[in-house]
Design a protein around this ligand. Structure first.
Ligand code: ZN
Length: 240
């Protein structure tokens, strides 16, 4: 037998390597922690910082995605990202972008109370998770499909979607994109449209709501929420 017969067909090797690579290559999800250490977002009914809530839940989402074999690209876990534009820039090349947040309410709804001797503000009017997509997104179809898949999975796991965004104050309303699954349009968010990726902004709940804040701080519930989100994302990215 000559070396000619032993030498593998180069094209065959390349094609089979490509097929194998395509088969096993996991989708990569960019998981962004909303806000920063310096500008930490909303303040909870008990004085907690939104950034801290966001980071805990985002870590759970990273873990749940990894468990499912998806690739993960963590963004802004140190809270020191330089700008809003830097978030989609760091996500470029992954398959999906999700920014994790916790919601507040309009200032006019806030009431005062004392928590551990400190004056705080709260509103028990609104609660629930919500998802936002931008009609200016370069891939609105996938963004909306994934947002709906996440919302649907959360609902199936017993979480309740917010209903107040679509009928909030004039000029600030966020129309429904998928009312059943608490998905809304929010068009001028830099993280949602200055990107080449399908992108979703997730609000886990309202931390100004005194009862919901306690639920959002519960590690067991955080893990269940992260798990439901990861299931929704995996179903969306692999179930087309
Ligand atoms: Zn936020």
């Amino acid at each position: 037998m000559t070396t000619k017969h032993l030498a593998p067909c180069l094209l065959c090797v390349l094609v089979s390597a490509w097929i194998a690579g395509s088969a096993v290559r996991a989708a990569e999800v960019a998981v962004d922690v909303g806000h920063t250490l310096a500008a930490s977002g909303a303040v909870s009914a008990r004085g907690g910082k939104e950034f801290d809530f966001n980071r805990v839940l985002a870590a759970g989402v990273v873990s749940a995605l990894s468990t499912r074999g998806l690739g993960v690209r963590p963004i802004n876990f140190d809270g020191r990202i330089a700008s809003l534009e830097e978030r989609p820039r760091q996500a470029a090349g992954s398959n999906f972008f999700i920014s994790i947040h916790h919601d507040s309410v309009q200032a006019e709804l806030l009431e005062e109370w004392q928590w551990e001797g400190t004056p705080q503000t709260y509103s028990d009017r609104h609660s629930g998770f919500s998802l936002f997509v931008s009609r200016d997104s370069p891939d609105l179809d996938t963004s909306l499909r994934c947002a709906s898949a996440i919302g649907a999975r959360l609902r199936r796991m017993g979480f309740v979607g917010a209903t107040h965004h679509a009928d909030s104050l004039p000029g600030r309303s966020r129309p429904y994109a998928d009312a059943d699954n608490a998905v809304y349009y929010y068009d001028n968010l830099i993280v949602l449209y200055r990107t080449t990726l399908p992108a979703v902004l997730f609000e886990a709940g309202v931390i100004k709501h005194r009862e919901e804040e306690l639920a959002l701080r519960d590690p067991e519930r955080q893990a269940r929420m992260a798990d439901a989100m990861a299931t929704g994302i995996a179903a969306c990215l692999y179930g087309r």
